[in-house]
Design a protein around this ligand. Structure first.
Ligand SMILES: Nc1ncnc2c1ncn2[C@@H]1O[C@H](COP(=O)(O)OP(=O)(O)O)[C@@H](O)[C@H]1O
Ligand SMILES: [Mg+2]
Length: 375
């Protein structure tokens, strides 16, 4: 197990010790994959999809190989191929003989290997002429079909394929994937409306081709005991009241919970009073202030007003209602609808359904919301 100086990680995955809960989701995903069912995973950003995928890939039964690709940075099929080749190249062990066939194939594409300046990980850029990428992607997947272990490929931010210039990328991928028995997929995505479009529209190739898993916020009690455990382990005493207040402040949104806990952990020593965390919360907002003012510059006046209004309310069910528009002086319902769409496209706000199936809107950035509410 990796030992790290702060147990509240804010990037990546560092092993199950630093990973809170998700037991049920892990079991569902693993069971789907082991039983041959690919699965679509959706949730808003920063809730823990990538963490869950990483976690599941380390928990696969023996004789399974997990390959992870994040296609968010890709803009076309050639870049998809590069990311796929890189993932296969860095995941499969060189020694295994049949594995070698894939690696030989990738080498035959004359990849240029560069090292990511940030992560230090190798990145391959293969030599494919326009139009060749499809064929090579198909070949890589067919080699994986012949791999001596079961293969799970997780494609993170899958909705990105919708913005490729190649038309019908989903039809192309679906037709290859359909013919594979040895390879299962996790398709994960943050943009729920796009993921739904891909997987829940009967006219699309991926319709009902995979199981569906939506992940939610981690349960408050479970998260609180995880946090308590890590503080106690380091000899720090933070009351459960304070921990629950921290969870509320971060709106139980995984990334923001981790971030706040990370900061508090960094400065805590021994026993701290119940207000102690608030200084760190205020610091976080202060650091971000410059970013928040940038938001204002990037938006139209109407969009900015609406963003502020939703931030103030926290959650808004009826953004075009008289009450809401009047209270925040937002103009006409049509203007609000236009701004709502623009803010959604910019991923400043998101919409989701509550437990009762009611649609609501909320600001993505919890820090921004808290900053707005504190002014
Ligand atoms: N179950 C978890 N326990 C603790 N930290 C988590 C957990 N899931 C995710 N995280 C952390 O929360 C942050 C956001 O998670 P991430 O998986 O990147 O979200 P998403 O992929 O949904 O945008 C990351 O810093 C990650 O390390
Ligand atoms: Mg992610």
């Amino acid at each position: 197990m990796i030992s790290i100086s702060n147990p509240f990680i804010t990037t990546g995955y560092q092993g199950s010790e630093y990973f809170c809960d998700r037991e049920q989701e892990t079991n569902t995903l693993r069971s789907n994959l082991v039983n041959g069912q690919s699965t679509t995973l959706v949730a808003i950003r920063r809730i823990g999809k990538t963490g869950l995928i990483r976690h599941v890939l380390t928990q696969l039964p023996v004789n399974h190989t997990g390959i992870y690709l994040d296609i968010l940075p890709t803009e076309n099929l050639k870049e998809f191929l590069n990311v796929l080749a890189t993932a296969v190249f860095t995941t499969l062990p060189d020694q295994s003989k049949p594995g070698n066939k894939i690696l030989d194939f990738i080498k035959s594409l004359r990849p240029v290997i560069a090292f990511d300046p940030l992560t230090g990980f190798p990145q391959l850029t293969v030599d494919a002429r326009p139009g060749e990428a499809e064929r090579h992607i198909q070949s890589v997947l067919e080699y994986l079909e012949a791999y001596p272990q079961k293969v799970v490929i997780a494609i993170d931010e899958f909705q990105q394929i919708l913005s490729y210039p190649e038309k019908n990328t989903d039809a192309f991928l679906r037709s290859i994937i359909q013919s594979l028995n040895n390879v299962r997929f996790i398709f994960s995505g943050s943009q729920q409306h796009l993921m739904t479009q891909l997987f829940a529209d009967p006219s699309r190739p991926f319709y009902q081709s995979a199981g569906f898993l939506k992940i939610d916020k981690i349960k408050a009690e479970v998260y609180a005991s995880f946090i308590l455990h890590h503080f106690e382990k380091a000899g720090m005493i933070i009351g459960l009241d304070a921990i629950n207040a921290m969870l509320d402040w971060a709106d139980h949104h995984t990334y923001y919970v981790q971030l706040l806990c990370n900061r508090v952990y960094a400065v805590a020593s021994g026993k701290e009073d119940s207000e102690f965390w608030k200084i760190q919360a205020a610091r976080l907002l202060q650091e971000q202030e410059i970013v928040f003012f940038k938001y204002r510059d990037l938006l139209t006046k109407q969009q900015w007003l609406l963003l502020k209004a939703i931030a103030h309310e926290g959650i808004v069910y009826y953004p075009t209602s008289k009450g809401f528009i009047g209270k925040h002086e937002l103009g006409s319902p049509a203007t609000v609808l236009r701004s709502l769409q623009a803010l959604t496209d910019k991923e400043m706000i998101y919409s989701d359904y509550n437990q009762e199936g009611q649609l609501f809107y909320s600001v993505y950035d919890v820090l921004f919301r808290r900053w707005m509410q504190s002014r």
